[in-house]
Structure formats: structure tokens, C-alpha cells
Design a protein around this ligand. Structure first.
Ligand SMILES: *[C@@H]1O[C@H](CO)[C@@H](O)[C@H](O)[C@H]1NC(C)=O
Ligand SMILES: *[C@@H]1O[C@H](CO)[C@@H](O)[C@H](O)[C@H]1NC(C)=O
Ligand SMILES: *[C@@H]1O[C@H](CO)[C@@H](O)[C@H](O)[C@H]1NC(C)=O
Ligand SMILES: *[C@@H]1O[C@H](CO)[C@@H](O)[C@H](O)[C@H]1NC(C)=O
Ligand SMILES: *[C@@H]1O[C@H](CO)[C@@H](O)[C@H](O)[C@H]1NC(C)=O
Length: 208
């Protein structure tokens, strides 16, 4: 609860700095954390997905996003990933428009780094966690961006198909998004944080 509350503040703040050139000196400061601005600072076009918050789940597991929107994945404990598959082949990466966050081990709280995917089209994007230890995808850890509102390709059907696979495949390297360090948005003295936090992304991005 507390961590997700904090993230509501931290992530939008990170984005505001990243995207608004006009927000020149990083207005984030500790005072703001104490005010309950839950959600109000989220820019339209940003969507925050909790990865593994309380089990094998993405929360929310369905997102409607426009071209240009950014999806921020926040990692919770265990060791999750975000991978894109086709509807027909759950738990297996797509060969085009591939998305892979890499594995993000978290002991407690949430990862300081969020994985950010920019939506390039409004086609459905089916996503899963490729962790084979405890069979995350097979246990229903899946979600969708922009599902069709009619027809058989529902999240429930995708999830059901995922349970019938025997293992998950991970792409060889991080692709389809980038990491941003939310630490950048929290400088207690209002000091200018480095913009474009991706340059300070973790070692995980070194093979991008
Ligand atoms: C923010 O930047 C402006 C000029 O760019 C400066 O006048 C102002 O003092 C700064 N505010 C803080 C809190 O650093
Ligand atoms: C922090 O934010 C509060 C509320 O917006 C503001 O009153 C205060 O001056 C800020 N402090 C710094 C150091 O920028
Ligand atoms: C996270 O999971 C991946 C894939 O199973 C594994 O290679 C990696 O060693 C794990 N990392 C930790 C810290 O458990
Ligand atoms: C969206 O396009 C950008 C720029 O071409 C690319 O880097 C990114 O991987 C694409 N995102 C997805 C989800 O394919
Ligand atoms: C984020 O900040 C925490 C606390 O200051 C620090 O322990 C951690 O290493 C930082 N993470 C990154 C990726 O800079």
C-alpha cells in the first residue's frame, strides 16, 4: 500500500520532468510526497502497470492506450519480466514489435527503475511474464494493451491458453522499451536531477 502510494507520486513526477522541458528545475521535493495528490499528477498518456503486486498479476491487466502513450511497468518482488507475445502463442515472444524488459529481481518494495514502453500503434499487445521459476505465465501472469472489444480474442481466452503452455521463452535482450530511474525525481533539496533518467539505467540495460 505504502509503496504503491509512493509510486503514484514518484512515477508521474519522473515523467513530468522527462517530458516537460518547461519543468526546468525539478519541482519534485519531499513536501509534495506528503500531500495526497494521488493520480492527479499523472499526465494523460501515461499508464502505470504494477508487475507482480501480490502475486502473478499485472495490475491493471487491461489498458487502453493511444499512439504515443507511455506505459510504465513497476516491478514488485520476486523476479519478473514483461514480454510481448501474439494472442495465438502465449508465453512466446513475438518476432516483430518485440518487447522484453529483462528480468527485474526485487527483494522488497519496488524496483527503483521502471520499464517504459511507448505505444506505437493501437493493435492489441499481449504481454506476459516469462519467469519459468514457478511458471508465472502458466499461472496467468498476462495482460493486454488495446484488446479488441468484440470477438474471441479476449484476455480470458489468452490467459486460458497460457495455462496450457509448458514453458515461457525470453528474448535474448531487452527490447521495445527503456528503463528510467525514478530516483531521479526525488532530490530532497530540489536540486536539478539529471534529465533523461535512462542514461542512468541499471546494468540491465547495458546490452541494449
Ligand atoms: C528554478 O529555476 C528558476 C530559474 O530557472 C530559479 O529562478 C528558481 O529559483 C529555481 N527554483 C528552485 C527551487 O531552485
Ligand atoms: C517544496 O514544495 C512545496 C509545496 O509545493 C513548496 O512550498 C516548497 O517551497 C518546496 N520546497 C523546495 C525546497 O522547493
Ligand atoms: C531472475 O530470473 C532469471 C530467469 O529465470 C534468472 O536468470 C536470474 O538469475 C534471476 N535473478 C535472480 C537475482 O534471481
Ligand atoms: C516504438 O517505436 C520506437 C521507435 O521506433 C521503438 O524504439 C520502440 O521499440 C517501439 N515500441 C514498440 C513497443 O515496439
Ligand atoms: C535509488 O536510491 C536508493 C536510495 O538512495 C539507492 O539505494 C539505490 O541504489 C538507487 N538506485 C539506483 C538504480 O540508482
Amino acid at each position: 500500500m505504502r509503496s504503491s502510494y509512493l509510486l503514484k507520486f514518484l512515477l508521474p513526477a519522473a515523467f513530468a520532468q522527462h517530458d516537460n522541458g518547461g519543468d526546468e528545475n525539478g519541482t519534485a521535493n519531499t513536501t509534495i510526497v506528503t500531500s495526497d495528490g494521488a493520480g492527479t499528477q499523472t499526465q494523460s498518456g501515461d499508464h502505470v502497470i504494477q508487475v507482480g503486486d501480490g502475486g502473478f498479476v499485472f495490475t491493471p491487466d487491461t489498458v487502453t492506450a493511444a499512439v504515443g502513450d507511455k506505459i510504465q511497468f513497476v516491478f514488485h518482488p520476486m523476479n519478473h519480466s514483461v514480454v510481448r507475445s501474439t494472442f495465438d502463442d502465449p508465453c512466446v515472444p513475438t518476432t516483430e514489435g518485440t518487447i522484453f524488459s529483462g528480468f527485474v529481481p526485487v527483494d522488497s518494495g519496488t524496483s527503483p527503475n521502471v520499464f517504459i514502453v511507448t505505444v506505437n500503434d493501437t493493435n492489441p499487445a499481449w504481454l506476459y511474464c516469462s519467469q519459468n521459476r514457478d511458471s508465472h505465465c502458466q499461472n496467468g501472469m498476462v495482460m493486454v494493451i488495446n484488446p479488441l472489444t468484440t470477438g474471441p480474442n479476449t484476455l480470458a481466452a489468452y490467459k486460458e491458453a497460457a495455462t496450457k503452455t509448458s514453458e515461457s521463452i525470453s528474448p535474448p535482450e531487452i527490447v521495445g522499451g527503456e528503463f528510467s530511474n525514478t530516483n531521479n525525481s526525488v532530490s530532497p533539496n530540489g536540486a536539478s536531477p539529471p534529465l533523461h533518467g535512462t542514461s542512468r539505467a541499471t546494468e540491465m540495460t547495458s546490452n541494449v
